[in-house]
Design a protein around this ligand. Structure first.
Ligand code: CA
Ligand code: CA
Ligand code: CA
Length: 298
């Protein structure tokens, strides 16, 4: 009897206080992008294996999210921050996978194969865009493998980013001989609109949470830097000015900062910077290569 009584007390302690429930009738509060900044997920090359970790934006509390026997790449947080999609290669089913924010419950997205990569969620969390190296096209698919639809046509398309209003998908294409940023209707209708047009590489676009800007990487005098531009391609602004590659930018969920990977002279680290290019902060610090960050909505 005594044991049952203490169990009941423990259950009471786990229950949320009634006042808190009254204060937020819709609890648990749904997390949404845009919103507050959560953890940063990223890929790390460790002992010839690609692993995905998450870490706080101050560089504390790194957690391994993927299996050490597999190669896992390019994490992308779902808009509610409860799951992430990624690319997985190795034994078993390869292609796009999803897992809970703690790495548990990993599952293959059926109908994606080993050539599928660079996942990006739709803002309603119902679909994932990705690019397939086999045909160099951008596709969209539901996490259960249903509704697979080709979005792009033309040559050499990769690295999609779904706009926050859900209507368009930005992507990179090498179709004119160097990398450019394009945007196309998310249902694949109409022609893609070219946002950059030059003879240097512009790649890996990511939408600001309010949908007004894109961050991307540009190769400038042999050195990669982070840039932003308006959604129509105007107003290009350089954000980083640092010797060594600065690449694969992503916005913070609150829209104030940009996270990216940078070469520090020895290996790659994750950094964040204010969107005006000031107050750079280092997130990871080690002798391994840390790449492809994505910032969790919390
Ligand atoms: Ca270009
Ligand atoms: Ca640079
Ligand atoms: Ca490192």
């Amino acid at each position: 009897m005594k044991r049952i009584a203490s169990l009941a007390v423990a259950c009471l302690m786990l229950a949320p206080p009634a006042s808190a429930e009254e204060a937020s009738p819709a609890s648990p509060e749904p997390r949404a992008f845009p919103g507050a900044n959560g953890r940063i997920a990223f890929g790390r090359l460790s002992n010839n294996h690609w692993l995905i970790f998450s870490i706080t934006d101050t560089g504390a509390g790194a957690i391994l999210l993927t299996d050490r026997s597999m190669n896992s790449y390019t994490p992308a947080w779902a808009p509610d921050g409860t799951r992430f999609a990624y690319r997985r290669r190795g034994d078993g089913a390869q292609g796009i996978w999803t897992a809970k924010a703690d790495g548990k419950g990993a599952a293959h997205v059926p109908n994606t194969k080993w050539t599928a990569g660079y996942p990006a969620w739709s803002p309603d969390g119902q679909e994932i865009a990705y690019s397939d190296e086999a045909d160099a096209q951008v596709w969209r698919i539901k996490p259960n493998g249903d509704g697979k639809t080709q979005v792009t046509t033309g040559r050499k398309n990769y690295a999609p980013a779904w706009s926050p209003d859900g209507t368009t998908i930005a992507f990179t294409s090498d179709r004119d001989g160097d990398a450019e940023i394009f945007v196309i209707n998310a249902d694949g209708s109409g022609n893609a609109t070219q946002l950059t047009n030059n003879t240097i590489d512009d790649a890996y676009p990511d939408w600001s949470p309010d949908g007004t800007k894109l961050a991307f990487q540009r190769r400038r005098s042999g050195d990669l830097e982070i840039f932003t531009m308006n959604a129509d391609g105007s107003g290009v602004a350089r954000i980083t000015n640092h010797l060594g590659s600065d690449q694969t930018p992503v916005w913070s969920p609150n829209g104030n900062r940009i996270a990216y990977a940078a070469w520090d002279g020895f290996d790659y680290e994750i950094y964040t910077i204010l969107k005006d290019g000031t107050k750079r902060q280092q997130v990871t610090s080690n002798s391994l290569n840390d790449y492809f960050p994505d910032w969790e909505p919390a």
